[in-house]
Design a protein around this ligand. Structure first.
Ligand code: PMP
Length: 308
């Protein structure tokens, strides 16, 4: 049986670029303490085009992988520079010229204490961003999940641990079963937390508001990036504070932000329409600017990009 991953012929595994279908692990492995990262590389000049690829925010992503490893007691036997080289080699081996998603995965070898499997699969993705992209303005009905986001006294929400994604998977399945496009978690205190694979930002009277790290969110690289460029580059005020469910229902706009979801506008929550315009004007402006940053068009933000 072929296990080729999303069409990418090559991946990197424990020191070498190999064919993805040869990246095999015994079915006897235990995977519950695995961790991963989700990173993207975008084509220069036009996120909808082809060209030289730049990895966005390599350093914060790889630093988070190290923190996730520390939390889960895993030791990564490579340097961060070696992993950057491995990532570049893998993207090049596949010959990708359009946007690629890079997902380093680490999990312990059950039979060899202290050792890990380290795999870097890569695959192309379709962006929501870019001028006149119809995917961006698609309607997205979201619901408050009946599942609470994992609390930090049970699992590590700030780490990118696979185990947390059982929580996300349950919420996403519930939403799909009930006919919604996505779910938003409350935390164990009842405040708004985040989406199943992205952080949440709301807009009220021109201010962007997002829950704090203590609301059981993943420490999102995209959220941190937005918290920096919204006030500095776009003059949009930001507030990091708890958001109540009621405030979310009454927000002017809301969107998810994350490496995967980029900027994903939300049309309604529990069938309550948000604001008067969809996608909201600030959501659109932020998405347009983010696309320029990713395409290396914003000179002062090129430091966030690493050429492949
Ligand atoms: N929360 C969760 C649960 C996620 O899976 C992700 C995606 N990694 C995010 C937030 C956004 O994080 P980032 O911006 O680092 O991709």
């Amino acid at each position: 049986m072929s296990v080729a991953f999303h069409g990418a012929k090559y991946c990197w595994m424990n020191g070498e670029v190999i064919e993805t279908e040869k990246a095999l692990v015994s079915a006897m492995e235990s995977i519950h303490l695995g961790i991963f990262e989700g990173i993207k590389a975008y084509a220069e000049n036009d996120v909808l085009g082809e060209g030289r690829l730049n990895i966005f925010q390599w350093k914060p992503h790889i630093d988070r992988l190290w923190r996730s490893a520390a939390v889960c007691g895993l030791k990564i036997p490579y340097t961060k520079d070696e992993l950057l080289e491995a990532t570049k080699k893998t993207v090049k081996a596949n010959g990708f010229k359009t946007n690629v998603y890079i997902q380093p995965r680490v999990w312990p070898k059950a039979a060899v204490p202290g050792e890990v499997y380290f795999v870097i699969p890569v695959w192309p993705f379709e962006t929501l961003l870019g001028k006149n992209n119809p995917r961006f303005s698609r309607k997205r009905r979201s619901m408050i999940s009946s599942w609470r986001r994992v609390a930090s006294d049970a699992l590590p929400p700030q780490a990118k641990a696979w185990a947390n994604y059982a929580n996300s998977g349950l919420a996403a399945r519930e939403a799909a079963r009930l006919g919604y496009d996505g779910a938003i978690f409350l935390d164990n205190r009842g405040f708004v937390s985040e989406g199943t694979g992205a952080c949440l930002m709301t807009v009220r009277d021109g201010t962007v508001i997002t829950p704090p790290v203590t609301a059981s969110i993943l420490e999102s690289v995209t959220r941190n990036t937005f918290l920096k460029f919204l006030p500095e580059d776009l003059n949009i005020p930001v507030e990091v504070r708890d958001i109540t469910r009621v405030e979310l229902y009454a927000s002017d706009e809301a969107f998810l932000c994350g490496t995967g979801g980029e900027v994903t506008p939300i049309t309604s929550v529990d069938d309550i329409a948000l604001g008067e315009e969809y996608p909201g004007p600030l959501t659109k402006r932020i998405a347009e600017y983010y696309a320029e940053v990713l395409a290396s068009k914003v000179k002062k933000r090129r430091e966030w990009l690493t050429p492949v």
